[in-house]
Design a protein around this ligand. Structure first.
Ligand SMILES: [Zn+2]
Length: 570
């Protein structure tokens, strides 16, 4: 059997199995067991908190003849075909892909036909906020005159984008972020069932990194499982989640306290090089500083969010100047906001590190044996800081062209070193590429990204598969810098190979191309196809020979890249 993601295999099949949403599931069960259901529901809440699982369980419980206390039996034909997703009366729609008015009109029309096998027809519309205005209006009409025996369950991560007229016609349930301990409990259950050993701290680290989403937690767990040698360890999970060990955090904070820029930067670089995620590092630093402040005041370990009290920690708490710790929190908080709008998060962290390791006017500096900082160092640092600031400004300008005044009619100043595409490698993939391979790859790409450690995930965030052969894939990146990273990160390339082997059944090697160079590369390949005729082998192809087979070249190109990507140029 092919490999299946944990979150698919362990999708809850009863309300009881949905973690951390007791208030919601209890109310739904009561309504079901009293036959007191409404014809439209809105399930809102962060991703991975159980909304669509609850919707499917609801559809089962409504129709199952053997339901007890609002829970479906999961064994009758009806329950099982809903679980498999092939009961015609339970219709799942992803509004992110079907956002047209036509689809909703279609629902209006079909909703009026009675259910064929079940008692109730249930429409589950996921990501409903993605519907167009026209589609919302069509949906509203259906909700205003609800057909009998039809139930609508609308699920969304962004309820504020749904018109109030719709919301007011539904019964609303808010799904909360799942508490870390609830996530740990569920993972413990799954691992016990699978008879896998684990360190408890490892599960807590995963739960923390998942930020209240069960799906994210199980994706991380999936990965921890595939890397583990029989036991899931804290060390391995920290590597996967991109979280930083307390020891490194202590050293990093200490570098700020003693104004050691070099140490701060070198710690930062080694942390990032290990594949830790820049956002997570900022987050962890803030939480760690919070723990320091609180422990200074309370000496109470139980109120700490992420720190363990050990010798290193107590020492740091003793010597830390509270003002400076506040400053670290402020700067990191600000940095996080800046990073959110940028794909160059590391540079912001570098700037923050330089800033934090500058002596502030009334800071008490910890005494070090190394002695003070001399003027030369200070001015060197200031120069470095100014240079970084300039880089940041340039990046911001490049990213937000709309916010820029019209003064510049010429194109961007001058491109920094363009990424050099390995054409031989790309062409080798393209020669064997097929559209089927590409479609298969596109299908699994979001899951694949989700599966990777945070650091690698960040690299692939703007990536897009554009061609695939059985043993190779071509992926484009929006930024040269990310392309560079991806092509030099052997761990990433290996991980992708591993994942594809598990999911598609064979390894494939990724080659990276910056998105803005892709049209040229593709055109070069099409040109090369034109120039080489099938009869000829090594003979140099001549222009006239190509003319006659233009058609076959075009259709072959379409076969590889898809119709929309091929423009025929004469
Ligand atoms: Zn049943």
């Amino acid at each position: 059997m092919s490999y299946q993601a944990l979150y698919r295999v362990w999708r809850p099949q009863r309300f009881e199995d949905i973690a951390g949403q007791e208030a919601v599931t209890q109310t739904l069960r009561n309504a079901l067991s009293h036959g007191n259901t409404s014809h439209a529901y809105l399930f809102s809440g962060p991703r991975g908190t159980g909304k669509t699982s609850a919707a499917k369980i609801f559809a089962k419980a409504m129709n199952c003849k053997h339901a007890v206390d609002g829970e479906p039996c999961n064994e009758c034909d009806l329950c099982q075909s809903i679980t498999r997703g092939n009961l015609p009366d339970v219709i799942e729609i992803d509004a992110a892909s079907n956002n047209g008015v036509d689809e909703i009109r279609d629902i209006r029309e079909k909703a009026n036909y009675a259910p064929t096998q079940a008692d109730y027809k249930v429409y589950i519309i996921d990501e409903v906020h993605m519907l167009s205005m026209g589609a919302f209006n069509a949906l509203l009409k259906t909700l205003e005159e609800p057909p009998v025996n039809v139930v609508f369950i609308l699920a969304t991560t962004e309820p504020h984008k749904i018109p109030l007229t719709i919301i007011s016609r539904t019964q609303r349930f808010d799904f909360r972020r799942i508490a870390p301990l609830d996530i740990v409990r569920r993972m413990t259950f799954i691992l016990n069932e699978k008879e896998v050993n684990f360190e408890e701290d490892a599960l807590l680290a995963i739960a923390k990194a998942a930020e209240g989403g069960m799906r994210d937690a199980l994706s991380i767990l999936d990965q921890a499982l595939s890397f583990s040698n029989g036991t899931i360890t804290l060390e391995e999970t920290l590597r996967i989640t991109g979280s930083v060990t307390q020891e490194l955090l202590s050293e990093y904070v200490r570098a700020s306290l003693i104004n050691d820029t070099e140490k701060g930067l070198s710690l930062l670089h080694s942390i990032l090089q290990e594949g830790k995620d820049a956002n997570r590092l900022a987050d962890d630093t803030i939480l760690f500083c919070r723990d320091i402040l609180i422990y200074q005041k309370t000496q109470e370990e139980t109120v700490l969010k992420m720190s363990k009290v050990n010798e290193q920690f107590t020492e740091l708490v003793k010597e830390a100047d509270a003002e400076k710790i506040y400053e670290i929190i402020r700067v990191m908080n600000h940095t996080q906001q800046e990073m959110r709008q940028s794909s160059h998060a590391e540079v912001y962290l570098e700037v923050a590190t330089v800033r934090l390791t500058q002596p502030s006017p009334n800071q008490k500096v910890i005494q070090t044996s190394g002695g003070g900082v001399d003027d030369k160092e200070v001015s060197a640092l200031k120069a470095k800081m100014a240079q970084m600031q300039k880089m940041l400004e340039q990046m911001q300008q490049n990213q937000a062209p709309a916010a820029q005044p019209i003064q510049k009619t010429t194109r961007q100043p001058k491109k920094q070193q363009q990424f050099k595409v390995n054409k031989t490698q790309v062409f080798t993939v393209l020669e064997k590429a097929t559209k089927d391979d590409l479609n298969r790859l596109k299908d699994v790409w979001p899951d694949l990204i989700n599966y990777l450690p945070a650091g690698q995930k960040a690299i692939l965030k703007t990536s897009k598969p554009v061609a695939a052969s059985p043993h190779g894939l071509v992926v484009t990146f929006d930024y040269d810098i990310l392309c560079e990273r991806a092509s030099s990160d052997t761990f990433l390339i290996e991980s992708i190979g591993d994942y594809l082997e598990k999911v598609i059944g064979h390894r494939a090697e990724m080659c990276s191309v910056p998105a803005d160079q892709w049209p040229t590369v593709r055109q070069a390949f099409i040109q090369r196809m034109k120039n080489s005729s099938p009869e000829e082998t090594d003979a140099a192809p001549e222009e006239e020979a190509a003319e006659t087979q233009d058609d076959s070249v075009v259709s072959e190109a379409i076969d590889i890249f898809g119709k929309e990507a091929v423009t025929i140029k004469d």
